[in-house]
Design a binder for this molecule. Structure first.
Ligand code: ADE
Length: 279
């Protein structure tokens, strides 16, 4: 899977080089490219924002750098287009920029992505909610592009224009407001990338996770069997796989009912059997 992230703080995304997601890149399962939006500015100050039309507090991200950046990373830029003006930059080059990779420009009539082309994801508290189901949907794509807004957001015309050349999804990671899209992108990339085949060592560990089937996961224990006077539930030491499975299911049902009754209420009728309903 190819992932492009455009941000004015490319270093924010550097934790994605670590751990399982970093290893997935080393193994070639994930091609993650982080781009500095300012590489697509052309003025001395590398300006990316301006005051909002209609007045009000804060600044809005200008459409011009976003238009050029998205043309490059969505694969709509003809090979003859001029490269971002790196000479005007007085900051170091980002780790990767769309200008360095030859495949970032597309010969006329060719396509670098799957049949449906890339999906552009714009993190925003005003977006649809990013859930495990959305993570699964996106994990089936070949190419995702993330556009990290800052300040009051990106000029809406960029989103509308992009919608004519790619599938665009505005995504919120929850009902709270962050300072920009970068942290939301890290959350989404981790949730999506761990679903790709080969990224997690033991894919069975994905099966009974919270949010996979609408129930939260059961509590887990390891050795020692007694710690500070607290014992592991005896059923887990019984060796009776049937009883262990039933106990875990019951714990999932009880925990979900206690902390997320909304999830339980949203389950389809057939998700719970008669025995489940007795818990
Ligand atoms: N940007 C700011 N807040 C956000 C949120 N909750 N989700 C996604 N992107 C955001």
């Amino acid at each position: 899977m190819r992932l492009d992230v455009v941000s004015i703080f490319p270093d924010y995304l550097s934790p994605l080089r670590l751990s399982l997601i970093g290893r997935a890149q080393e193994k070639g399962l994930l091609d993650l490219r982080v781009h500095d939006l300012r590489d697509w500015t052309h003025d001395r100050h590398r300006t990316v924002d301006d005051t909002p039309y209609g007045g009000g507090a804060g600044m809005v991200m200008k459409p011009e750098p976003w238009g050029e950046a998205l043309e490059a990373v969505l694969g709509e830029r003809p090979c003859s287009a001029s490269e971002p003006d790196a000479a005007s930059s007085d900051v170091p080059e980002p780790e990767a920029s769309a200008g360095d990779a030859p495949e970032d420009c597309m010969p006329e009539g060719s396509s670098s992505a799957g049949a449906a082309g890339p999906v552009l994801i714009v993190p925003s508290p005003a977006g649809e909610v990013f859930t495990q189901a959305v993570a699964r949907e996106l994990a089936a794509e070949d190419h995702l592009v993330f556009a990290c807004g800052r300040y009051e957001g990106i000029d809406q015309r960029v989103i509308d224009w992009a919608g004519e050349r790619a599938r665009v999804r505005m995504m919120s990671i929850g009902d709270y407001v962050l300072n920009g899209g970068e942290v939301a992108v890290m959350v989404m990339v981790e949730a999506i990338a761990r679903l790709l085949p080969g990224v997690i060592g033991n894919p069975e560990s994905l099966d009974e996770e919270s949010h996979e089937d609408g129930l939260l996961e059961y509590p887990v224990y390891t050795k020692p069997a007694e710690w500070r006077g607290r014992e592991v539930p005896p059923v887990l030491l019984s060796g009776d796989h049937g009883r262990v499975a039933r106990w875990r299911r019951d714990e999932r049902l009880r925990r979900t009912a206690r902390v997320r009754p909304d999830l339980l209420a949203a389950l389809p009728e057939e998700a719970l059997d008669r025995r489940d309903r007795e818990v």
